[in-house]
Design a protein around this ligand. Structure first.
Ligand code: G3I
Length: 376
């Protein structure tokens, strides 16, 4: 494993090489006339993968833009298509048009697919909370997972079986978030979901996916501790969880990124025999000044510091960003910039040119000791 200072040098070199510098002023982004190997090639050289979230609107977009997905990625995840309100919009009325479109695109382009997600308190169809009870909850959840995970049996690399279940402030047992699922089934909803997924698609890596574990701030310190306690309970009870997804929705203006805290958190997860996937990386810049070059540098450096703390752990399998280009990010709706400018949270700009963040992710892989290629 390279030491930190060598990774920093490598990061700087990669960043300059990949981003044009004209007259001493670095441009915000430059086109790559002959695209160098994509991020997936940098990842694969270290036995890892890189991918991004796509969806039906990505697939319906300009083919020239869509072509960047297979050029950069070896994996994709549906940003919305596999969620409950997309796949079972009406009770017992399953709809796989959008999910099939993502899967078909991926398989045509020899990309692996992450399923996202099977148990969540959001993206819930309107009919579900109206009828869900402790009496029918297990059957409803099991039926859904059997139908959705079963449909893609053998074709899905991972499933985010359980999404965003930790919320210490809700004061629930095991620090679980108070949701329609825990009110109906208690903590058993996790066991039911993981066991149903293991039966429906034994080959998909079963992941618990979580956000808010990135910074040395009180609520995230509580969340990291609560997540570790939950994971220890699940592992001790032999619930068939195999991995943890760290969403990594980062904030370039956050000054409490502590690499030692992050590295220990990742090591604590790995010590339980669990793998780790960086599942939704992006970097909000709404609290930064408008200048795109300054934003790109801050976003790239922030992501680089996070990646340099996390990627060296051999339990980490790969990285996905929550989108590929700034053309579309959930962040613009969630955290609109005061100046109204679109955010610049992703590896490619709105013209599909590689940015400093692209170089920073590449350097994050390049700085690692190669590890055995994983098919997880
Ligand atoms: O496509 C339908 C459209 O047909 C329908 O008319 C319309 C009616 O509201 O909804 C459209 O679906 C929207 C969907 O995105 C696809 O664009 C949903 O309203 C909207 O709520 C949904 O937002 C997604 C959100 O999860 C909720 O599912 C965001 O795009 C997506 O980025 C966000 O992703 C989450 C991860 O799943 C979990 N981690 C956090 C992350 C960011 O919130």
């Amino acid at each position: 494993m390279l030491n930190c200072s060598r990774r920093k040098l490598l990061r700087a070199a990669t960043s300059l090489a990949a981003v044009g510098v004209c007259g001493g002023v670095a441009t915000a982004s430059v086109g790559m006339s002959q695209p160098a190997p994509g991020l997936a090639a940098h990842a694969a050289a270290r036995g890892m993968f890189y991918g991004c979230a796509i969806d039906h609107d990505t697939l319906a977009g300009p083919p020239a833009a869509l072509a960047h997905v297979p050029a950069e990625c070896s994996m994709v995840v549906g940003e919305y298509s596999f969620k409950w309100d997309s796949t079972q919009p009406a009770r017992n009325d399953f709809s796989f048009t959008r999910a099939d479109a993502v899967m078909d695109f991926a398989e045509r382009n020899r990309l692996r697919v992450r399923g996202h997600n099977l148990l969540w308190h959001e993206a819930v169809p309107a009919w579900l909370p109206k009828i869900l009870t402790s009496a029918n909850g297990e059957a409803l959840l099991t039926q859904h997972i059997e139908a959705v995970a079963g449909r893609y049996r053998g074709r899905m690399a991972h499933w985010d079986v359980v999404n965003e279940v930790v919320q210490p402030d809700d004061m629930q047992p095991l620090n679980l978030r108070d949701t329609l699922w825990t009110r109906a089934l208690g903590a058993r909803c996790l066991d039911i979901a993981f066991e149903a997924c293991a039966r429906a698609d034994p080959t998909a890596l079963r992941v618990l996916n979580e956000f808010g574990t990135d910074y040395a701030i009180p609520w995230q310190e509580r969340k990291r501790a609560a997540l570790l306690t939950l994971l220890a309970d699940l592992v001790a009870r032999r619930v068939p969880i195999q991995a943890v997804g760290l969403q990594a929705h980062l904030d370039a203006a956050e000054v409490t990124l502590d690499q030692a805290v992050l590295a220990k958190f990742v090591a604590d997860i790995a010590s339980m025999g669990l793998k780790i996937v960086v599942t939704e990386l992006d970097v909000r810049d709404d609290r930064l000044p408008a200048d795109p070059v300054a934003r790109d540098i801050a976003v790239a450096d922030h992501a680089g510091a996070w990646l340099d703390a996390v990627l060296p752990n051999p339990a980490v399998l790969g990285v996905l960003t929550w989108g590929l280009s700034d053309k579309r990010s959930w962040l613009d709706a969630k955290f609109p910039r005061p100046d109204g400018l679109p955010q610049r949270p992703l590896p490619l700009d709105d013209k599909m040119s590689r940015k400093r963040l692209w170089s920073s992710i590449a350097a994050g892989f390049d700085g690692l000791t190669p590890r055995l290629a994983n098919r997880l």
